[in-house]
Design a protein around this ligand. Structure first.
Ligand code: 0A1
Ligand code: ZN
Length: 879
């Protein structure tokens, strides 16, 4: 379909479905060539809808075998078939529609609907995949109680799973067997799932707080079940945490997770049957890094938490996606914070937000957490919907206080249980429990872009008066010039000379309570009376609102906070900001030389941080991670020359490493970890710190240090250290890295999760052979464009982790990715659309690269037969 034919869906056009399907019965017969699905839909015309209103059922790539109402087989003239569905011209008020369809999962490479992964059948229905399984009203506000009978050959598919509770199973003739599943909770069809195949499992029992027993199972491909132990542990902890923190108790007799190796996204929260990309389930110390473990814990929790926020209360329409996603990400962030180190988790989450959401928000793909129009909903599973959505929920908690916030969530889950809700209904619950008008706050959901906040301060010693002037401005985003000021919850402190938070007698000019200022004005002056000495103000502690704070702060002020702020987030933030303020000007294409001397006091502050007895290794490790390439591109905005950024960053690392040399060497050699590997926060933090010390040292590019890195690789007793050593070598000594990577491939990459690490490490090497190397990797026996994990590993590492080669001035990097996107688009439009995101900052490059990127995008746009997904992404990116 060409772009001009694409249909835009508008929020304002929402109207409830004319027909409802309270009950659905399916009979699914799996066989190697085709799968046959017989469905009885119990359909009712909604009250008030006129008789004679046609019923439109969605259906794509399904072959209709027969259709009947009750015993009456329908003939031509009673329905219309098209590529997108089936229309009943004059249906009765209440009836049972029986259809028989056939689908071909073997040929389905889009990984939507019913497909095969390593020979097993599995499904992915969010957002609009169910229509590829059978005819249905495929929208989230049409909820149905599903009963599914699955039939298959016993040898081909000994395991037969669907949503809800197992009701029956048994033998049939011809070596076939069946399983009957019933899910008592009405659900939209995007939460439907089936798995049929040969799988191993591990099991556990969980007793809920009211004493109900639940069987927990995690299934994986044969031989991989033992690698699911950590995921099971994370599941049990998630279930317990959700009871304790949110009062949410599991509501079925079984909870099943299946790990598959072909999956477009991370995982899917199907009711009672979560399906996972296996890289977010399988782990042992030899194959997974600390970071992998942490992600597994997060994603297991995320999908489980959807059981309430998403499943029990779902979304009225896809515009409300962040109603379930923002809230659930917020919940998984809170879970990790409670299970690990809260401050470190917060910093990591904010780094992630800036790395992806801020970039999205500053470019051509900017959109609000709740968009008001889309072409393809698949393209809206974005960091704005997910991560910014979570920030908005976090602001609600900050604004209302934890207790009132939880009362609001309780009310929401209670009031809308079993319903498909909207953002307005969600917000209304918080208004009802707090008595606060949240209409302006709601703009966070509907307005794209983020406020830039600037401030100035003054102190009058005689009157003991501290004055803070705050200004906010929301820059325009594509197609939206008119922006309103937003409600900003600002956690703050007045930091004294010795690091104490100063008190005040009273404050005026804005709502100030304890450590929180709330403002919704373009500009506000807040005066604090009775402040005993001149403070350094610390604003947006814990990153209390997703804004860009214009730091015109002096180096002195930044370093004051970096050394003394009682808020760990702002301690870290101020160190980063001090470095960026010094370094960014030198990255500008016409900028000055980097003034190395200025880095001296920063190195001293870093050194003090490393020496501190009170800070955790995990926090220190974060401080050693100097600002990233993306931090600088964000700061610069325009005219980006990746080579220049790389050169300056290298120089900064060298200078800092040289100044901290002794301390880093000591740290590396004296930080001892227990022999027994545990992926917990304590040990992970220690390993991270040690690896960061080595990483910074290696930027000095000395032979002796490379020896140390090689030894680190060879002596590593877990994947965290082994991969860290390789990454350090790739970044600093490509020649030596290539040798080590051969060793790594030979000895460690039997597991595909490790093979993917090998692909990514190769793609991260920045040298003259990068493009050829990647092309060679694409020919590797185990590489396939049809498996999303291979694609994400290789090209994700290239586009995000190797910006100098991806954005080469000769355009070879852009062209390579354009070719790959076009190839993948032929069979998997979702993945192709996602990869187009790599071009989203194309307008920010300097002119030569900008033109090269434009040419690559234009070539995609002009190609024959590109999918609607890709077309929407490319058109919007080009702007
Ligand atoms: N709801 C899932 C994410 C998801 C979205 C789309 C998918 O296929 C296109 C698959 C999964 C989550 O938030 O975990
Ligand atoms: Zn989710």
């Amino acid at each position: 379909m060409r772009s001009e034919e694409q249909k835009i869906v508008y929020l304002q056009d929402y109207k409830p479905s004319d027909y409802l399907i309270p009950k659905t019965e399916m009979w699914v017969d799996f066989s190697p060539e085709r799968t046959q699905i017989t469905t009885d839909l119990h359909i009712e015309r909604r009250a008030g809808v006129e008789a004679g209103t046609p019923l439109e059922l969605d259906g794509e790539q399904v072959e209709l075998v027969s259709i009947a109402i009750g015993d009456d087989v329908l003939g031509a003239g009673q329905y219309e078939l098209s590529e997108n569905g089936l229309k009943l011209l004059d249906p009765p008020q209440s009836f049972v529609l029986s259809t028989v369809v056939e689908v071909a999962p073997e040929k389905n490479k889009s990984l939507e609907g019913l497909y095969r992964s390593s020979g097993n059948w599995c499904t992915q229905c969010e957002a609009e995949g169910f229509r590829r399984i059978t005819y249905f009203i495929d929208r989230p506000d049409v909820m149905s109680v599903f009963t599914v009978k699955m039939v298959a050959d016993k040898d081909l598919a000994p395991v037969l799973l669907s949503n809800g509770n197992p009701m029956d199973k048994g033998e049939m003739s011809n070596n076939r067997h069946f399983a009957l599943w019933h899910d008592p909770h009405p659900k939209p069809c995007y939460l439907f799932a089936m798995v049929a195949g040969k799988l191993d499992k591990i099991s556990e029992k969980f007793t809920t707080k009211s004493g109900k027993n639940v069987d927990l199972n995690i299934y994986a491909e044969p031989g991989k079940a033992e690698l699911c132990r950590y995921a099971m542990d994370a599941l049990v902890r998630s279930m317990k945490w959700d009871e304790e923190r949110f009062g949410c108790e599991y509501d079925l007799d079984v909870f099943n997770i299946v790990a598959v190796s072909d999956f477009n996204a991370g995982a899917m929260e199907n009711k009672g049957l979560n399906i996972f990309n296996d890289k977010y389930v399988l782990a042992d110390p030899a194959t997974a890094t600390d970071q992998d473990y942490a992600l597994i814990e997060r994603i297991i929790a995320h999908e489980y938490f959807h059981n309430y926020t998403g499943n029990r209360v779902t979304c009225r329409d896809w515009f409300q996606l962040c109603l379930k996603e923002g809230l659930t990400v917020f919940r998984d962030q809170e879970f990790s914070s409670d299970e690990r180190f809260r401050d470190v988790e917060r910093i990591d989450d904010v780094k992630g937000l800036r790395q992806s959401q801020f970039v999205e928000d500053s470019g051509p793909l900017a959109h609000p957490p709740r968009p008001s129009q889309y072409e393809q909903i698949d393209n809206f599973y974005t960091s704005t919907v997910y991560e910014k959505g979570a920030e908005v929920v976090r602001m609600l908690m900050t604004l209302l206080g934890k207790q009132t916030f939880h009362e609001g969530v309780d009310l929401y889950l209670d009031r809308h249980d079993g319903e498909a809700a909207t953002i307005e209904q969600f917000i209304k619950c918080f208004e009802d429990v707090s008595g606060r008008d949240l209409s302006q706050f709601q703009k966070w959901y509907t307005q794209a872009g983020r406020p830039r906040v600037s401030y100035s301060t003054s102190y009058a010693a005689e009157q003991k008066l501290f004055t803070l002037v705050l200004k906010q401005e929301v820059p325009p985003t594509p197609g939206d010039d008119e922006k309103s000021p937003l409600v900003l919850p600002i956690r703050f402190g007045l930091v004294s000379n010795n690091g104490e938070d100063l008190t005040w007698e009273h404050a005026e000019g804005a709502e100030v309570q304890d450590d929180l200022i709330v403002t919704n004005e373009d500009e506000v002056t807040v005066t604090f009376h009775g402040v005993s000495s001149a403070p350094v103000v610390s604003l947006f502690r814990g990153f209390s609102a997703p804004v860009t704070l214009d730091t015109k702060a002096s180096l002195e002020e930044d370093l004051h906070r970096a050394r003394l702020d009682s808020d760990p987030f702002n301690r870290w933030e101020s160190l980063q900001s001090a470095i960026m303020n010094i370094v960014a000007p030198a990255m500008d294409v016409d900028g000055p030389e980097l003034d190395i001397e200025l880095l001296e006091p920063v190195a001293v502050a870093l050194s003090q941080t490393l020496d501190s007895q009170n800070l955790s290794p995990a926090f220190k490790a974060l401080c050693l991670k100097l600002p990233t390439y993306q931090d600088y591109t964000q700061r610069l905005g325009q005219n980006i020359d990746p080579d220049r950024i790389k050169t300056v960053r290298q120089k900064v690392s060298e200078v800092v490493a040289d100044k901290l040399r002794g301390q880093l060497v000591t740290l590396y050699s004296t930080l001892h970890l227990p022999d027994d590997y545990q992926p917990n926060a304590e040990q992970s933090g220690m390993r991270d710190l040690r690896n960061q010390a080595l990483s910074l040292l290696a930027t000095l590019k000395e032979g002796q240090l490379f020896e140390l890195v090689e030894r680190h690789y060879r002596e590593a007793r877990n994947m965290t250290d082994r991969q860290a050593a390789l990454a350090i070598m790739c970044a600093n000594a490509p020649d030596r890295a290539v040798e080590l990577l051969d060793d790594f491939k030979r000895n460690y990459t039997e597991a595909m999760t490790v093979y993917d690490k090998w692909l990514g490490l190769n793609a991260s090497i920045d040298d003259a052979q990068t493009i050829d190397r990647i092309k060679r990797l694409m020919d590797d026996d185990r590489f396939s464009l049809e498996t999303p994990n291979r694609v994400y590993a290789l090209f994700g590492a290239f586009t995000q982790g190797n910006p100098t080669q991806f954005a080469r001035a000769d355009g070879a990097g852009f062209e390579l990715i354009a070719d790959v996107i076009l190839q993948i688009d032929q069979f998997n439009p979702q993945v192709a659309g996602r990869f187009a995101v790599a071009f989203r900052i194309w307008k920010n490059y300097e002119s030569k690269r900008r033109e090269a990127a434009r040419a690559a995008l234009e070539r995609i746009k002009q190609s024959e037969k590109i999918s609607p997904n890709l077309s929407e992404m490319v058109n919007k990116t080009l702007g």
